[in-house]
Write a protein that binds this ligand. Structure first.
Ligand code: URA
Length: 203
């Protein structure tokens, strides 16, 4: 079995926190093992819990539309959540739940090794930017190690607030350029040993 499938199996049978008791399905995440771009949401909701797949409800449909608006398809990106089981009544994840689930997300990031991570929830954003506000840093790529992290508003929040919808759609428009710059950066770094990050315009 591939390492990723092994990880999915561990997640599906996990009992490390109480959310295991209430779930229909754990939701490990999905997408190509070599995806260049990873989206990290908050937690499964009702539909995700039913289907065992991330972002399949209203927020997921909107995410599909956002991807299509920049010429991308869901099949080509990796989508997962900070926590893998649905909290009751979709309440915020508790610190101990996030702690229990953290090694799964760590391993996912390690195995997929995406060039760009888009955080689409405040809990995902907090992993890299614990003291920042989404209103200040949304859409701004930040290079951390060999990847770029881009904090984005959650699609569900945007669905409820038309002003955020416009912002999220504008932020999405910048994603192709970010990917292009990261690909260029990687080529440069592979061809010469000197770091070139400083020369890039976006990060
Ligand atoms: N919201 C999330 O954060 N994740 C999902 O999988 C679905 C909705």
């Amino acid at each position: 079995m591939s390492e990723l499938l092994e990880l999915y199996e561990q997640i599906r049978t996990c009992t490390k926190c109480d959310l295991a008791k209430g779930r229909t399905n754990a939701v490990p995440g999905e997408g190509p093992a070599n995806a260049e771009i990873m989206f990290i949401g908050e937690a499964p909701g009702f539909h995700e819990d039913r289907e065992g797949r991330p972002f399949v409800g209203a927020a997921g449909k909107y995410l599909d539309e956002l991807l299509a608006s920049i010429g991308m398809q869901r099949e080509n990106v990796y989508i997962c959540n900070v926590i893998k089981c649905r909290p009751p009544q979709n309440r915020d994840p508790l610190p101990e739940e996030m702690e229990a689930c953290r090694p799964y997300l760590d391993r996912q990031i390690e195995l997929i090794n995406p060039r760009v991570i888009l955080t689409i929830s405040r809990f995902a954003m907090a992993r890299w930017f614990p003291d920042k506000k989404i209103s200040e840093i949304h859409g701004k790529p930040k290079r951390i190690g060999n990847r770029v992290i881009v904090p984005m508003y959650h699609p569900a929040a945007a669905l409820h607030q038309p002003s955020l919808k416009r912002v999220l759609e504008e932020d999405f428009k910048r994603v192709p350029q970010i990917l292009k710059e990261m690909a260029h950066l990687q080529e440069e770094e592979e061809s010469k040993p000197a770091p070139v990050a400083q020369q890039m315009s976006l990060f």
